[in-house]
Design a protein around this ligand. Structure first.
Ligand code: SAM
Ligand code: SF4
Ligand code: SF4
Length: 334
């Protein structure tokens, strides 16, 4: 099943909740998502049964990887049960999670036991003060670090650490994260700060591009570019010449990767979106709740994918037209 540019549907990211215990400035700024903000109510988000059914449908359509995300997936009650049920659909399924890691120490063991195969933890600094500036809460970074250690000791291998760098805020944290990940055997990936959604006051002035980060790291370590693991991999990979570790760069701003984008996303309230920068989606929840058959839902998904022509990142610099009302990152899932 190919879209208009010949891209297959291979990866599915499911946002299991729009709620989060952090308030990262680049995603959910505290001043906009304070106490009074109304998140989705329980009956507005997909139930585990609904997510399971959609996972089966998408796997039947050729999806090989499912990533649970959010909001913060670990704040959704019993999320480990959901992972257990999805991982039983197909033994070959690559099932992963992206988390901010704050609750990881508590859940790492269960996550491993129920069959989660891969783990990505977002961490923008090891310095507590900078960590708090980036995450928008007065939490202690040690909790995240303890969570990552626990996950490693439970058996998770090649844990990925995602870092967003904001100019003037956490550039000085880059080398500390590099050394930490090298010594612990984690794969560090720098994500360029993106113009997702409409509420994070994104400005190109706040972006530190991948080449600049690479230069900073190259002052201390010799690095060599290595092949992507598979064509749709978002990250440009480098290995350290001393053989100790690997880092990656996800450069949506300076080096977009739309040509190989095989990802679809389901929002917490059950909309199917075909691009991270979309402003609308197809309402799968209403299909599920109006008792449409799998055959019907599958044909709607196929029709949508065949018409897909998203290339937002490649076109953002050329296009003068701004996409209005883009869905926020915590709703689509990163
Ligand atoms: N709460 C989880 C977490 O932070 O890992 C999962 C959801 S979060 C939306 C997924 C990823 O999106 C995180 O790695 C986060 O750093 C990244 N992210 C959020 N807003 C971003 C932005 N404006 N630009 C780049 N990455 C962003
Ligand atoms: Fe929460 Fe993740 Fe968004 Fe930060 S990036 S506010 S942890 S959803
Ligand atoms: Fe895929 Fe859209 Fe990102 Fe391009 S901008 S890589 S099409 S999600």
């Amino acid at each position: 099943m190919n879209d208009k540019f010949g891209r297959k549907l291979e990866d599915l990211r499911i946002s299991v909740t729009d709620r989060c215990n952090f308030r990262c400035r680049y995603c959910m700024p505290e001043e906009l998502y304070g106490e009074a903000f109304e998140f989705l109510k329980k009956d507005q988000i997909l139930s585990f049964e609904e997510i399971h059914r959609l996972a089966e449908i998408f796997i039947s359509l050729g999806v090989k990887k499912i990533r649970l995300t959010g909001g913060e997936p670990l704040v959704r009650k019993d999320v480990t049960k959901l992972i257990g049920s999805i991982s039983k659909i197909n033994n070959d399924l690559d099932i992963a999670m992206t988390t901010n890691g704050y609750l990881l120490e508590k859940y790492a063991s269960d996550l491993f036991q129920v069959g989660l195969k891969r783990l990505t933890v977002s961490l923008d600094s090891l310095d507590n003060e900078v960590f708090q500036k980036m995450s928008g809460k007065k939490f202690n970074v040690d909790e995240v670090i303890k969570g990552i250690s626990k996950a490693k000791s439970e058996g998770f291998e090649n844990i990925k650490i995602n870092t967003v760098v904001r100019k003037g805020v956490n550039e000085k944290s880059i080398m500390g994260l590099v050394d930490y990940c090298r010594s612990e055997g984690h794969i560090l990936r720098f994500i360029e700060y993106m113009d997702v959604g409409t509420l994070n006051s994104w400005d190109i002035e706040n972006v530190v591009n991948s080449n600049d980060i690479l230069k900073i790291i190259s002052n201390k370590y010799k690095l060599s570019k290595i092949e992507k693991n598979y064509p749709s991999e978002t990250s440009n990979r480098f290995s350290f010449d001393d053989g100790k570790g690997e880092i990656g760069f996800i450069s949506s701003i300076s080096n977009p990767f739309c040509d190989n984008c095989t990802r679809a996303r389901i929002t917490a309230d059950g909309k199917l979106v075909t691009c991270l920068f979309a402003n609308k989606g197809m309402n799968l929840k209403s299909m599920l709740r109006s008792r449409k058959s799998n055959k019907y839902i599958i044909s709607e998904i196929i029709n949508m994918w065949k018409l897909r022509d998203d290339k937002y990142s490649l076109e953002r610099s050329k296009s003068k037209i701004k996409v209005k009302n883009k869905i926020e990152m915590f709703q689509t899932g990163g």
